[in-house]
Design a protein around this ligand. Structure first.
Ligand code: PDD
Length: 288
């Protein structure tokens, strides 16, 4: 099960214990991050720090650590778990005051800080010529309107992913007022007539670190990309669809609501962007 970090201590994950009064448990009053490391090197760490700091500040939770302290904590955890290609899950909640009350506690309260690691499965982008691609469904986005906060309150996302899985699909792409927002745990891109499109950042999507990197890679390498809203009709008639996240990187979608995307195979624009992604990763973290 590996070694976890809980409130200053490294310990076997199965021995980690939190109070039932923890506000994360009672109210989902907390935020999280998922940070990948390749060859034990944390990937786009500054960008993850920026989002972590923003999530904490949006819910008025004081950041318990400096960036250097966080970095040391993550590096120690990675090395205690054998290093390699591994992701760090970090969760910070508003701690466990002695009574349940919706309002934030007024007395000073230590947050609960928990981190663990998981191995990263070989991503599709590592082998663009043999990648098979995923099937997705579309469904109504019934989440709240602060999806920009990386909140641990994920019940809608859990329900949506489960709905996809029960239909034999890997992900649900969510539709709000006729426009696609994102996946239950991924951002999305489409390609139409050679142009890559992805929705702009707003309170209806999580500002994905992988999303931002893909936008950057396209811009730096002459791939036409626009950040603009994508209608449900455009999604359904896209030449290519991709999903992105820190653990999946960038993966092609080959079927949507039971219908093939173009010829039902990963598309050429995805293949070139996947190669750009892998090159970028290797430059930053070495061969892994
Ligand atoms: N999920 N949108 C949502 C709703 C997400 O939960 C995620 C990530 C993303 C992609 O963000 P990033 O590129 O920064 O990973 C978009 C993580 C991986 C998770 O919940 O496990």
């Amino acid at each position: 099960m590996g070694i976890a970090y809980l409130n200053g201590e490294y310990l076997p994950l199965e021995q980690a214990r939190i109070s039932p009064l923890d506000r994360g448990f009672l109210f989902a009053d907390g935020i999280y991050e998922v940070i990948p490391a390749y060859g034990s090197v944390l990937f786009r760490l500054d960008e993850h720090f920026e989002r972590l700091e923003r999530s904490l500040s949006e819910i008025q939770l004081t950041n318990p650590h400096t960036r250097d302290e966080w970095r040391e904590l993550f590096d120690t955890l990675i090395s205690k778990n054998g290093g390699g290609n591994i992701s760090v899950y970090l969760q910070v909640t508003r701690g466990a005051p002695d009574k349940r009350d919706h309002a934030y506690p007024t007395a000073p309260q230590s947050p609960t800080i928990f981190a663990m690691t998981s191995p990263i499965a070989a991503p599709a982008a590592d082998a663009p010529d043999t990648a098979e691609g995923l099937s997705v469904i579309t469904m109504e986005d019934f989440r709240w309107s602060r999806c920009d906060i990386k909140s641990i309150a994920l019940l809608p996302n859990v329900m949506m992913r489960q709905h996809a899985v029960q239909q034999g699909c890997a992900e649900a792409i969510l539709i709000r007022d006729g426009f696609a927002t994102e996946g239950s745990a991924t951002n999305f891109f489409i390609v139409k007539d050679g142009v890559v499109l992805t929705p702009p950042k707003s309170c209806f999507i999580l500002p994905g670190i992988t999303r931002d990197l893909i936008v950057e890679l396209c811009r730096d390498n002459g791939v036409a990309i626009e950040e603009r809203n994508v209608s449900e009709a455009e999604l359904n008639h896209a030449d290519e669809i991709w999903l992105s996240s820190s653990t999946k990187e960038v993966v092609p979608v080959v079927k949507i609501d039971g219908k093939p995307v173009s010829n039902g195979k990963p598309g050429p624009v995805w293949k070139s962007v996947a190669r750009l992604y892998v090159d970028y990763k290797r430059n930053l973290c070495g061969e892994s």
